[in-house]
Design a protein around this ligand. Sequence first.
Ligand code: NAD
Length: 242
Amino acid sequence: MFSLEGKVAIITGGGSGIGLATVKRFHEAGATVVVADITDESLLAEEIGGLYIKTDVSREEEVQFLLEKTIEIYGQIDILFNNAGIGIGLGMLADAQTEDYEQSFRVNTFGVMFGLKHGATLIKEGGVIVNTASAAGLQGVPTYGPYVASKHAVIGVSKTAALELSLRNIRVNCICPGTIDTPMVQNHAAPEQRAINNYITPLGRTGKPEEVAALVHFLCSDDASFITGQSIAIDGGVTSGT
Ligand code: NAD
């Protein structure tokens, strides 16, 4: 396992699913982890450990506070995993409401943009940023229009950040998960939809949040020291035909 000893990592959306699996993995790798989520602390999984800072990533001042408070307490930020996201607005584009776009962009895109904006100056030189986009950031998906648009935007802004932040030797990459077995999918995707997802996934199954956490861990480690500006699919092959 790549050591993250001595590293201070912030994980947004760390209370559930991919974020929670990454929190656990980072603890095992020796990092000091700051968990940020919109959820009340009392609702968080017991295994979360570390410092929790309640944060709504769609609000710039809360993201700025998260980063500044981390520096105040731990003196530095080495890793920022902008992962919080919502999946809403299921329906054809003809039926999509303006609010579906606004909500998707506020959390999925603006949340990442605020992390990049404040991380640009507050993350330690030589640090790492990983942003959660989606396989839906690489291809169109019928009935997921607002979500797809918000995730494509995450990839665009991340590539720009990689170019700009290379001046401070900060690497910026996106992960693009396919269907991963988390509460987002368990609570919102109908069983028929999940069966279709498995069918269209070449590896024939849903991914596990721990598999995504392993990719995030690698990207944040020194073994990935020459990788920046990339959008890496972890989707059982779904986007291999694009
Ligand atoms: P999840 O619902 O299990 O976890 C998402 C977490 O984000 C929750 O703890 C939630 O409270 C938090 N959150 C939501 N809105 C927030 C806000 N405004 N501020 C702070 N925290 C907020 O879902 P997940 O599957 O683990 O999703 C994590 C990320 O992965 C999301 O960005 C999602 O779009 C992306 N993703 C998931 C899948 C999948 O199939 N599960 C596929 C592709 C991409």
